[in-house]
Structure formats: C-alpha cells, structure tokens
Design a protein around this ligand. Structure first.
Ligand code: LLP
Length: 419
C-alpha cells in the first residue's frame, strides 16, 4: 500500500516531481488558520494573529495568509520583500529582529509596515530619524526579555534574562527606553512584545511572562501615566513531531493567558490591551512531509544499519542543530510489518548528518521512497546548499490536487551568483 498524505499518493508525487521533495498541505494550513479565527479571534474581541514567516516564508504562503485574513511577522528585508511581492498588505506586517539594518528599517518605514518591534533603545533613534524624514509616525512595540526560561532546546529559548533578544527586564533600562520612546515625536509606542521560546508543549512560560509584563504596566502607569494599547505574546505553540509529543490544544494554551490579561486590566481599572499572537510552527509544521529516495543500505553486523537518503541536513538542518526527532514511513511499503531498526542518514560529508536515529521500518531496499513527517516548519526556511546540493522543490496539495509552488534549484542557478 502507498502512503497517502492529504488525498495524494506520495509515491506518485515522488515519481512526478523527483526527490528530495517537500510536500505541503494547503488544507491543513487553512484548517489551522480557521482554528485561530474560531478559538482566538472570534472568541475575544480586540485580538490579532500573525504568522511567523520564519517558519515557512514563500510567496504562496503569503497568498494563503492574505486569503485567510492573518497578518505576517517578518524578520528581514528578504521576508518583507517576499510578502510585498505578492501584494501582502503592509499594515498587517510586524517587523522583528535583534539587529535590523538601516536599509531594512528604511524599507519597513517606506512600505508602511504595521508595527516595528524594537529590540534595543538605539533602534529608537534610527526609526525616529527615518520616520521624521518620511514625515510619518512609526508604530512600535518594545520587545521585553521577561527573564523566564522555558523547557525546550536551549537554541529555541529566547526569553531568558541572558538573551540577545529584547530589552532586559530591569527597571532602570526599561524606564530609560520607554521614556525615550514616549519623547520621540515620530514614534508611537503602541505596547510591548515577548516571545519566550519555541516548541513549547504548555503555557507555563507564557503565563509567567504575562505576570512580568503586568508588573511592568503597573510601573509604567506610575512613572509615565502610560497604559499600553497592545500586548504581543509571541508564538511558540508546540506541535506533534513524534507520538511522544502531547502539545496543549490552542484554545487550552491561550485561554488562561487571556484570562490573566483581562483580569489584570480590570483590576487596574483600564481597558484590556489588544492581544496579538505570532504562531509559526503550529500553522505549518504538521502541514509538511519530505519525500526522499533510499540509496545504499549499510549493514554493520552487531552495530547498526544505515539507510542513506538523497537529502539530509541541507533540506532539514533541525536534527543536527537541535537533535530534533522525526518519524518516517516507507511510502511504498505503508502498512507492511516493521521488521528492522535502522538509522536514516543524510548524504552530506558530515557524520552528524543523520535525520533519524533508531527507527523501525519494513525491510528497506534501494529505490524505496521515505516520507519524513512534520517537516513543514523550519525546513525549507532553514535549508541551505551545503555540499552544493540544490534546494528541493515544494509541492502544495489542495483537496488531493498537487501544484508546484517552488521549483527545484538547478545546477546553473547554484552557480549563477558566482563571478
Ligand atoms: N515570534 C517571534 C518574535 C519569534 O522569534 C518566533 C520564533 C516566533 C514568533 C514563532 O515561533 P514558533 O511559533 O514557530 O515556535 N529554528 C527553530 C525555531 C526558532 C524560532 C525562532 N523564533 C526550530 O527549527 O525549531
């Protein structure tokens, strides 16, 4: 039996487009966008949702988001350019980054992005200058490093005190930065942002961070008689990579956070600030699979069997970067008994290029198609050309029909920038 993914026969897709091949389900993405509408946007007034583009930034994704009425978080001129190139509304874009360049800030102001999230007080001076010259007011949020440390891979933690991201949660620094933002004529301080980390299976760190921000709001009220219009609580909602991952439902994740913010605002006798969420992985992670062709099978007696595939760390750097775990099936032997424990190796000249350690599969043979699951987030967006391997194409599935949304990179394109 062949493995089917959202109505498509994956073995046929591999034949038609070749491997390695990213396959994405538009149905899944749309389902997730609609769940955000149901369990967040419609449920609570004065709320907004943006997709964190870093998880999967392509023109087609921007078109889908536009149709589904979600905003977009970008972290670079490149991501901003991608969105603008398909007419994504600039006012629904939030521009992040701990070290945005002058030209990127110019591009953001000129294109009229909805919010710039300021990571450092020096950035305020630059934005003020650009906005003054453009004779506009730039709407900004200040990113706070709340000083909480969630339980996830250390490279996916962002909100701890010792972090390159955000303004430190120290009274003197905060007071200085907020005062500066409020004093600038062409800067409108809309509120605050935090993002604590990624692939979080519960909301404990978000709740702690909301406490930190509420304490800050009380202080700002006393210091400057200032109350924020907005609070952006970042992304980070975990997904199911393997059967062991049990992420909280979005509704269960968010509702205690909303309750806390509402209760605090009421106690303070103030209007609840607008609440913005920025999920990336949660929208696209489980929407994707990657198809590979199995090549050589190396059996080392009494030690291990390596099953090599025609991709690896260039199309999915996550296992080697974060020891991320994935599940996979042999697509043309789906449902066959799992008779062997093997290790799936990538094809790079790198011992760390292993996609999955110790997985049980039916007896593998050269030419079999391997489908690795839940590769929709941070795979294509983190892909690279190591060993001069060309980028795989992306096929989008909608109601069982496939269409190419990104072409396979050719050898000519691989060298086209080299003089
Ligand atoms: N907002 C901000 C400001 C962020 O920095 C991030 C992720 C997100 C939202 C979205 O987080 P998500 O909902 O996708 O967890 N490359 C790593 C993940 C790095 C995420 C960095 N920031 C990975 O492959 O796991």
């Amino acid at each position: 039996m062949n493995y089917r993914f959202y109505g498509a026969d994956t073995v046929e897709l591999a034949k038609k487009y070749g491997t390695p091949l990213y396959v994405m389900s538009e149905d899944f993405i749309v389902e997730r966008c609609r769940e955000i509408h149901e369990s967040f946007l419609k449920k609570y007034e004065n709320t907004y949702a943006v997709f964190a583009g870093k998880a999967f930034c392509t023109k087609e994704m921007c078109r889908i988001l536009k149709r589904e009425g979600l905003g977009l978080d970008v972290v670079s001129g490149g991501e901003l350019y991608t969105a603008l190139s398909v007419g994504f509304p600039a006012d629904k874009i939030i521009f992040h980054g701990n070290n945005k360049t002058l030209s990127e800030l110019n591009m953001a102001v000129e294109s009229g992005v909805g919010r710039i999230v300021v990571d450092h007080d020096m950035e305020l001076d630059i934005i003020q200058k650009i906005a003054e010259e453009a004779k506009i007011d730039a709407s900004v949020l200040l990113r706070i490093a709340p000083g909480v440390d969630p339980h996830t891979h250390r490279y996916m933690v962002t909100g701890q005190a010792d972090s390159k991201f955000g303004i430190p949660n120290k009274d003197a620094v905060l007071r200085h930065t907020v005062q500066k933002a409020l004093s600038f004529n062409n800067i409108e301080l809309k509120g605050f942002h935090f993002h604590v980390g990624s692939q979080l299976l519960d909301n404990a760190s978000h709740l702690k961070s909301v406490d930190v921000l509420c304490t800050l709001f009380d202080k700002l009220n006393q210091w400057f008689d200032y109350w924020p219009h907005e609070i952006n609580i970042g992304g980070g909602y975990g997904i199911k990579y393997t059967h062991e991952d049990q992420p909280e439902q979005l509704n269960a994740f968010i509702s205690p956070i909303m309750h806390k913010i509402t209760e605090f605002s009421e106690k303070s006798g103030k209007k609840r600030p607008a609440v913005i969420i920025e999920p990336g992985r949660w929208i696209v992670g489980e929407a994707g699979i990657t198809l590979y062709t199995i090549g050589y099978i190396k059996r080392i007696p009494d030690i291990r069997t390596y099953v090599s595939v025609d991709g690896g760390m260039p199309d999915n750097p996550r296992p080697s970067l974060y020891q991320a775990r994935y599940e996979a099936v042999i697509a043309n032997k789906y449902g066959d008994p799992l008779t062997e424990k093997v290790t799936i190796a990538g094809r790079c000249c790198e011992s760390g290029d292993v996609l999955i350690w110790d997985i049980e599969i039916p007896e593998p043979e050269p030419g079999d198609i391997l489908a690795v699951k839940a590769t929709g987030a941070y795979n294509y967006s983190m892909a690279n050309n190591y060993n001069k391997l060309p980028f795989p194409p992306i096929v989008m599935l909608k109601k069982g029909k496939d269409r190419l949304i990104v072409e396979r990179q050719t050898y000519e394109q691989l060298v086209s920038r080299e003089l």
